[in-house]
Design a protein around this ligand. Sequence first.
Ligand SMILES: Cc1cc2nc3c(=O)[nH]c(=O)nc-3n(C[C@H](O)[C@H](O)[C@H](O)COP(=O)(O)OP(=O)(O)OC[C@H]3O[C@@H](n4cnc5c(N)ncnc54)[C@H](O)[C@@H]3O)c2cc1C
Length: 418
Amino acid sequence: MTDISIEDFRAEAVAFLDANATPKVAPGAFVWGQGADEAALFEEIDREKEKVELAAAQAFRAKRYDAGLGYISGAPEHGGRGLSRDHERVYAEVEAGYEIPNQEFFGIGLGMVAPTIAAHASPEVAAEVLPKMYRTDIVGCQLFSEPGAGSDLASLQMKAERDGDEWIITGQKVWTSGAHYSDLGEVIARTDPDLPKHRGLTGFIVDMKAPGVEIRPLRQMTGGANFNEVFFTEVRVPDTHRLGEVNEGWRVALTTLMNERASIGGGGAAGGGFTRLKEMVKHFGLENDPLIRQELMSIYIGGQVNRMNSQRAMAKIKAGELPGAEMSGAKLALTENMRRTSAFVGRVLGPRLITDTGEWGTYSWSGYVLGMPAMAIAGGSDQVLRNILGERVLGLPKEPGIDTTSPFKDLHVGTVKS
Ligand SMILES: Cc1cc2nc3c(=O)[nH]c(=O)nc-3n(C[C@H](O)[C@H](O)[C@H](O)COP(=O)(O)OP(=O)(O)OC[C@H]3O[C@@H](n4cnc5c(N)ncnc54)[C@H](O)[C@@H]3O)c2cc1C
C-alpha cells in the first residue's frame, strides 16, 4: 500500500483536476436566471447525445485512473491504489469544486456492481474486470428486477442451467437502468427451483453484448428512456463468471442492495439545492407568505436531518461497522423531502410548472416533479423501507405474506367458526 498523507494527497488531487477540469464558480454565487436551468431528477437526453456524453465521461475517468485516482481505496490486487476511505472522501471533496463530465453513467456499475465483484468474484476475474470498470473501459448495470419480482426480489424466475463449464441463462429482466450502454451486467438467476426462494439463486457477471441478450428501451413519464427490458435467450456464461457459490446468490444480491441504499440514501438535498428554492420564492415575491416560509423551512430542516443521518451511517462505515436499518431511514427521509419539494414548487410555480413559457427556473421543475415518484420506488420502495424499520428497529412482528408465517394465523380471518 502506498502511503501518502491526506494533505499530500489533497495536493495531488488538486494538481490533477487543475490540469484536467475547470474549477466551478464559487458556491454562493447563485443568481436567479443565470447558469444551467436544470432541476430534473433524471437526465432526459436522446441516445445520440448520450453516446457523446458517455465518451466524454469515459475519457475523463480513464485519465483519472491512469493518474492513480480512479480506484483510490481499492485493493492493489484489483488495480486499486490501496489508500483509505478518507483519501477517497478527500478526492470527492476536491472534485466537487470542478466542472467535470457527467458521471451518472457509472453510478450503478461503480457504486453497486464493482463492490459486489470485489467481494464475490474469483480473484482472477476480479483482477481482470475491476481495473477495466474503474477505468470505465467497461460500464456495468444491475439486472435484478423482473416483471414478477421487484420488492420481492427473491421470487425471481430467470433460470440458469449448468452445461459443463458454462451456464445457460434464459428469462426476462426489467427496469434495467443503462443496459443499453453497458458492457457488463450483474445477474441474479435461479439455479435450483426446488430450494426455498431465497436459496437456489446464483449471481453471475454477463457480457451484455453476448449472443442472446436483447435490450429494449422503456419510456417513462418524464419523456426519457433511462431504463430497459432485457431478454435473455440461452445466453452462455462461463462458470468462472459466477459470483459466489452456487445457490448463494442471495448473499451476492444483498451486497449490491446494501451499496445501492447507501449510494441513494447518502444523496444530496432537494434537487437544484436549497438556495435555488429560496431564490425562487424571492423571485416570485412570496418571501413574506407565512405558509410558503413554513414549507420552505421544513424542506431545509428535512435536508439537514437527512445530511446528519447520512453522516451517522458513514461514520459507522468508517469505524468498520455495517450500516443497517439507518440506510433505509436515510433513503426514506430523502424521498420524503423530495415529495415535500415537489408539492412546494407546484404551489410556488402554479401553471408555469406545466407550460413551457421559456421562463428560466420554472418549467424545468416538471422534470423533478415527474421524476420524484421513481425515487420512492428505486432502491426499495417507501412501503418496503417502512416494513424494514418496523421490523428491525421497532421490533414489530414480521408482516404477513403469502410465504411467511402470518402472525394472524390463529385468528381464522375470513372463516366462520361454528
Ligand atoms: C428509477 C429506477 C431505476 C431502476 N433501476 C433498476 C436497475 O438498474 N436494475 C434493476 O434490477 N431494477 C431497477 N429498478 C427496479 C426497482 O428495483 C423496482 O422497481 C423495485 O424493486 C420495486 O419493484 P416493482 O417495481 O416490481 O414493484 P412491486 O414490488 O410490485 O411493488 C408495487 C407496490 O407494492 C408495494 N409493496 C410491495 N411489497 C410490499 C410489502 N411487502 N409491503 C407493503 N407494500 C409493498 C410497493 O411499495 C409498491 O408501492 C429501478 C426502478 C426505478 C424506479
